[in-house]
Design a protein around this ligand. Sequence first.
Ligand code: HEC
Length: 219
Amino acid sequence: MTSTSWIQRFRTRIVALFALAAVVCFTTVACSGGSSTTEAGPAIAPDLVADYIHTVLAADRTAYTQHVVNRVKTLEGKSKEDGVLPVESTEAWQQTDGVPLPAQMFRLGSEIANESGYFTYNLISPWNINDSQGPKSEFEKEAVEEIVATGEPYKGYQEVGDQAYYSALYPDTAVAEACVSCHNTHPVHLERYPDKVFEMGDVMGGIIINIPVESMPST
Ligand code: HEC
């Protein structure tokens, strides 16, 4: 072995060592710095997460309404001319071998998902037929008023007990004549809100999504 080749090999090793050190330093800085990264990777803003969840919920709600409930021959006791399925969609679906109404289908899904502990969602309305679907927290009461007035989603932070949440309420509107006619003639609606007559395009309530967050934002 000549002395030159020994020096050459030594140099190569030193260069490799520096390269490795540089990579380690870069990785440490990249992974520890910046407010938009977490141990699991880049953080996604909670309002975007809420928008993603809402997109899926609204799509499933519309698909079930259009492609299942819209095809039944009987909707809450009344026959549908364009119905093709010999089945009834009715609030009393469990007692009558029928299929659930869209809002009931939505609630059945939310009851399962809410148990996961990741986030919760529900349909709420100031003119609720189901007792458990009225606005409860101060945030929900204000949010419901806003979406009815503006037709736009309402988003913000709220604290329920010791837990902070990012919450978003998205309007649920009367997109079909059936929404309006069924709610306006429902016995519970007539008893509780005799003066409230829904019209096509009205905001009838909203989809509330609550995502737990570490703490309320500092003001
Ligand atoms: C055939 C009757 C019927 C039709 C059609 C119908 N709903 Fe409902 N809706 C109900 C009933 C009954 C409930 C309560 C169900 C429950 O127990 O969750 C409800 C619940 C809701 C709620 C939650 C608040 C509440 O009242 O408890 C909203 C919001 C809502 N419906 C909007 C709509 C919209 C928008 C449409 C049309 C896309 C629609 N509904 C179509 C009967 C109907």
